[in-house]
Design a protein around this ligand. Structure first.
Ligand SMILES: [Zn+2]
Length: 391
């Protein structure tokens, strides 16, 4: 039986070792330095017949596009994961963050859960599919990206590859504890700045206090109605004013004050319309308070992404997990933005977020991943590849 043979080549030892090796490459972003990690993955896939191509970003940064050629009758299945990690932060590490310690059935270290363990599970699944030598009706691609934690340069470059085949689906192995995420909220960060006029602190009547203008503005912003349709999985749109900076000295009237607002948007919302609404709010404030001058700047902009549950790719994925692995996959709300925010809007490709590891451990000290969870995920990736590319 095909699947049985493929599963025999997916071993816990192999996955644990690859995860551990990947953790040992320090890919803290910034600066990233992902090249050594993706070259290591390419060395594992090349002997299995994968054509490996590097998309260069900077001298020590690259994204890997590794392709096992199919007949082209169907679109490619893309197994995707990022190899950069967030900084270690201050203390609290029982196991050194870049040692890749394997202990108690877990691999420990920065990036183990987010998401080198998921990438390792995909690499082992990709190797096992190649070893089975099946006639593939579409390409099987392993895309290991740089830059996800900062600006998604890797995903952006993949979605604009000039000669890439059509993709039938993407599976992203971000940690979801092996549950399936189909939707995520958008990220829309803006900075509002108020401008005043400086004066000596003892003569405030000669100045215009930008901090006090910001106080007025933000108290009105709290009342501003921003329309949205609540989403069955994602819940509500949220906004939160999370930083504020103004003034230079206690005896100087401040002439500038800035506040950063974190907004998380839903599929029913459009960021261009949202920006227009905020701009017209500022214009209204300037009319109501003649001394007030304000400007807005977009700092980070990732749209919300959603793949329909009923889409063929999702149904095939669920059927493969059930039939070949005996797993009923449950749906989950993805609490963070993933590269789906690039793939879904630019390529209109069904994108599933499914990976081993507890999402609560992402970006935390003493991050770890359970080896059995990675093994399960790897088998599901392989089963999904057979369902989408062979059957
Ligand atoms: Zn991640």
């Amino acid at each position: 039986m095909r699947l049985h043979d493929i599963f025999a080549n997916i071993t816990a030892n192999d996955i644990a070792r690859i995860t551990s090796d990947l953790v040992c490459f320090d890919t803290t972003n910034p600066p990233g330095n992902e090249r050594h990690a993706v070259e290591y993955i390419a060395e594992l896939l090349k002997p299995q017949g994968y054509e490996c191509r590097f998309i260069e970003h900077e001298p020590r940064r690259a994204t890997l596009y590794a392709c096992l050629k199919g007949s082209g009758e169907r679109g490619a299945l893309v197994l995707n994961g990022h190899v950069d990690v967030v900084p270690v932060g201050a203390g609290g590490w029982q196991h050194p963050p870049f040692a890749g310690v394997i202990e108690d059935g877990k691999v420990w270290g920065r990036g183990s859960a987010d998401m080198k363990g998921g990438v390792a599970a995909m690499v082992v699944a990709a190797k096992a599919i190649a070893q089975a030598n099946l006639p593939l009706r579409g390409d099987l691609v392993l895309a290991a990206t740089a830059g996800e934690e900062v600006d998604m340069i890797g995903a952006k470059s993949l979605s604009s590859l000039p000669d890439a085949p059509t993709w039938q689906a993407v599976i992203i192995s971000e940690p979801t504890s092996n549950r399936l995420g189909l939707a995520e909220r958008g990220v829309f960060w803006t900075e509002i700045t108020t401008y005043g006029k400086t004066a000596h602190g003892s003569t405030p009547e000669l100045g215009i206090n930008a901090v006090m203008m910001m106080v007025k503005l933000l108290s009105e912003f709290e009342k501003l109605e921003i329309p949205f349709q609540p989403h069955s999985v994602l819940g509500n749109f949220t906004r939160s004013v999370n930083t504020i900076q103004g003034g230079v000295k206690v005896n100087v009237v401040p002439d500038q004050c800035s506040a950063m607002i974190d907004m998380r948007t839903l599929p029913s919302q459009n960021h261009i319309e949202l920006l227009r609404l905020l701009e017209s709010f500022l214009t209204r404030m300037e009319t109501e308070f003649p001394d007030l001058k304000a400007a807005i700047r977009v700092v980070h902009d990732l749209p919300s992404a959603e793949t329909p549950y009923g889409s063929e790719a999702v149904q095939k994925f669920l059927a493969a997990a059930k039939t070949y692995c005996g797993m009923d996959i449950t749906l989950v709300k993805v609490p963070f933005a993933t590269e789906a925010a690039i793939f879904v809007p630019t390529l209109s490709v069904p994108t599933m977020i499914f990976g081993p590891g507890d999402p609560a451990l992402a970006h935390q000290p003493d991050e770890f991943i359970e080896i059995t969870e990675m093994e399960k995920a790897a088998k599901i990736y392989a089963a999904a590849a057979v369902e989408m590319l062979v059957n």
